[in-house]
Design a protein around this ligand. Structure first.
Ligand code: MG
Length: 160
């Protein structure tokens, strides 16, 4: 099979006091962090789901079930590397990724280029092809109340 395929991913985690704030493969100093079976990296989870979706390979919960002790507190960068292998095994390579993280705090701007470099390195792609954007929700909803964090990602994958 040849051509272009797109995929979409979405993830949410609750924010809890005393958890590490892990996002985009890095830890950012903050008073609370995502509550999850893994490290709760919503951005990586959304990108994993977008990649798996594009390749028709299901979703992150199918490959890395949160009922499995193998994935307890796992660094989501490990999951991303595994997803890259799954995609490549099917003959796909990644064209580009675009993503948006929704949260009120902390401000992501100072960290975004580091996240892009970390994730692009794991995925073996140019940093310029991996976009990460951030938005607040103007204090509306669970993100606005700082109860949770959300991320959405779209990807293009190609096969020759
Ligand atoms: Mg998740």
């Amino acid at each position: 099979m040849s051509g272009f395929r797109v995929g979409f991913g979405y993830d949410v985690h609750q924010l809890a006091e005393g958890r590490k704030f892990v996002l985009g493969g890095i830890e950012i100093p903050f008073g609370k962090g995502p509550l999850a079976h893994s490290d709760g990296d919503v951005l990586i989870h959304a990108i994993c789901d977008a990649l798996l979706g594009a390749a028709g390979l299901g979703d992150i919960g199918l490959h890395f079930p949160d009922t499995s002790s193998d994935f307890k507190d796992i660094d989501s960068k490990v999951l991303l590397a595994k997803v890259r292998k799954l995609i490549e095994a099917r003959g796909y390579s990644i064209g580009n990724i675009d993503s948006t993280v929704s949260l009120e705090r902390p401000k992501l701007r100072p960290h975004i280029d580091t996240m892009r470099e970390v994730l692009a390195t794991i995925l073996g792609m140019e940093t310029s092809a991996l976009s990460i954007k951030a938005t607040t929700t103007e204090k509306l909803g669970f993100v606005g109340r700082e109860e949770g964090i959300a991320a959405q990602a779209v990807v293009l994958i190609t096969s020759l």
